[in-house]
Design a protein around this ligand. Structure first.
Ligand SMILES: CC(C)(COP(=O)(O)OP(=O)(O)OC[C@H]1O[C@@H](n2cnc3c(N)ncnc32)[C@H](O)[C@@H]1OP(=O)(O)O)[C@@H](O)C(=O)NCCC(=O)NCCS
Length: 358
C-alpha cells in the first residue's frame, strides 16, 4: 500500500470482508487467462470459505494464487467543495479489503460441514433448517456432493481512504459540506472521517456539553448500549422486547448518540422521517448520571438539524412528562389523551404553516 497511513487494522479489514454481501475473487485459469467471479463467502476459523459444484470452473483454481476483494463507497467528494475552478480535487472516500492466498480444496467432511453451516448462519441467520453436521446421516450425501474451497486469511490488507493525507482544514471543510449536502450516507461518512482523523477537532455541531461528543450515525455495535438506556423506559417496558426495539432503531431514518470523553454511550435518540413533510421522534433518553447537564437538549437539537429530519415540515413526538424540555426546543403541545396510567401529550414542531399529518 502506497500510503501506510490508510492501512486499517487487521480486525477492521476482516470485519469488512466478513460483512460483505458477496465478494469478488480474481485468479487465473489453466490457460493463463484471467478469471473473475462473484462469490458468497463466509469468514470462519481464519479463512474465507466458498462452495460450488465439483464439476464447475472453480475446480481449476485449486493451487493457484487468488485475490478476494470487497469495497464500500463512503462518499463522493466533488471538486468544487475545495477548489472553485479546477476539477482535480474531485475524489471518493472508501473502505476496501483485499486478501491474497492460494486456493485450497477442503476435503475433510467435518470441516466442510462446519463451513457450510457457517455459510447458512451468515446468509440465512433466521435458521429454519437442521444444523449441517457430518454425523447427521441426512447431510452425508449433500456434504460429500458439494465442493468447498478456502483461502487462508494470512495476507489481508484493509485500505481506509478517508483523507488521512489531506490535513485538518480539508477534513473540516469536507465534514461541513457533507452535513450540508446530507445525502442518506453522508452522516456515516462524517463519522468515519472523524474516526480516521482523530487529531481533527470536532465541528461545533458535534460537540456536546462537558467534553461529551455528538454522533450523527453509529454502526450497530452501539445498539446494546442504546437498548440499556431505553428498554426500561415507560414507553417500551412491558410492550416491546429487545428484538423489537433493535429493529425499530435499525429501521429509523436517523439514530444519533452522545458519548462521554471515553467513548461510552450516554444518550440516544432516533427519528422516522419522510424527509419532507413529516417526521416522528422517539426513544430519546439520557443516562441517569448525565441528566440535567444539557446533553439531551444538545442531542435533540442535532437530531432536528440532521439531514434526514431538517427539511421535514412537521416534527412530532409523544411524552408523559418532558413537555417543558421539548417546549424549549421549539415544540408546542398539540393534544393530550389518557393512556391507561398516564396522560400522553403529543407535541409538534411546525416549520411550515398549513401542514397536516396526512
Ligand atoms: C428528558 C431527557 C431526555 C432530558 O435530557 P437531559 O439531558 O436531562 O436534559 P437537559 O439537561 O438537556 O435539559 C434541558 C432543559 O430541559 C429541562 N428538562 C430536562 N428534563 C425535563 C423533564 N423531564 N421535564 C421538564 N423539563 C426537563 C431541564 O431542566 C433543562 O432546563 P434548563 O436549561 O432551564 O436547565 C432526560 O431527562 C431523560 O432521559 N429522561 C428519561 C427519559 C425520558 O423521559 N425521555 C423523553 C421521552 S419523550
Amino acid at each position: 500500500m502506497r500510503r501506510e497511513m490508510m492501512r486499517s487494522s487487521r480486525e477492521q479489514a476482516i470485519a469488512l470482508l466478513a460483512g460483505a454481501p458477496y465478494v469478488h475473487l480474481a485468479s487465473s485459469g489453466p490457460d493463463g487467462q484471467p478469471v473473475l467471479r462473484a462469490l458468497h463467502g463466509v469468514v470462519c476459523d481464519g479463512a474465507l470459505y466458498f462452495h460450488g459444484s465439483p464439476a464447475g470452473e472453480k475446480v481449476s483454481l485449486v493451487g493457484r494464487e487468488a485475490v478476494v476483494a470487497h469495497e464500500e463507497l463512503v462518499a463522493e467528494i466533488p471538486s468544487y467543495w475545495t477548489d472553485a475552478t479546477m476539477a482535480c480535487p474531485a475524489t471518493s472516500l472508501f473502505v476496501s479489503v483485499q486478501a491474497h492466498a492460494v486456493v485450497e480444496r477442503v476435503e475433510d467432511p467435518v470441516e466442510k460441514a462446519s463451513a457450510l453451516q457457517a455459510l447458512m448462519r451468515r446468509f440465512q441467520p433466521e435458521g429454519g433448517h437442521a444444523e449441517i453436521r457430518y454425523d447427521d446421516p441426512r447431510y452425508r450425501k449433500p456434504v460429500d456432493g458439494v465442493a468447498l474451497w478456502k483461502l487462508a486469511l494470512d495476507r489481508v490488507d484493509g485500505k481506509w481512504k478517508l483523507a488521512q493525507n489531506r490535513g485538518a482544514d480539508y477534513v473540516r471543510t469536507v465534514i461541513d459540506r457533507l452535513w450540508e449536502r446530507g445525502r442518506a450516507t453522508d452522516a456515516r461518512a462524517i463519522e468515519l472521517l472523524l474516526e480516521a482523523n482523530t487529531s481533527v477537532e470536532r465541528p461545533a455541531f458535534l460537540q456536546g456539553p462537558e467534553r461529551s461528543t455528538l454522533h450523527p450515525w453509529s454502526d450497530p455495535s452501539a445498539l446494546a448500549a442504546a437498548l440499556e438506556l431505553v428498554r426500561d423506559e415507560y414507553w417500551n417496558a412491558a410492550r416491546f422486547d429487545d428484538e423489537a426495539i433493535t429493529a425499530a432503531h435499525r429501521a429509523s431514518s436517523a439514530w444519533v448518540l452522545a458519548r462521554d470523553e471515553h467513548g461510552a454511550v450516554i444518550a440516544t435518540a432516533r427519528a422516522v422521517s419522510d424527509g419532507v413533510k413529516y417526521c416522528y421522534l422517539g426513544d430519546v433518553a439520557v443516562r441517569r448520571d448525565w441528566r440535567g447537564r444539557g446533553v439531551g437538549a444538545a442531542l435533540v437539537r442535532m437530531l432536528l438539524d440532521h439531514p434526514a429530519v431538517r427539511r421535514a415540515a412537521r416534527v412530532e413526538l409523544a411524552t408523559r412528562d418532558a413537555m417543558a424540555f421539548y417546549e424549549r426546543l421549539g415544540f408546542s403541545l398539540v393534544s393530550q389523551q389518557h393512556n391507561g396510567t398516564f396522560v400522553r401529550s403529543t407535541m409538534a414542531l411546525v416549520r411550515a404553516q398549513n401542514v397536516v399529518a396526512a
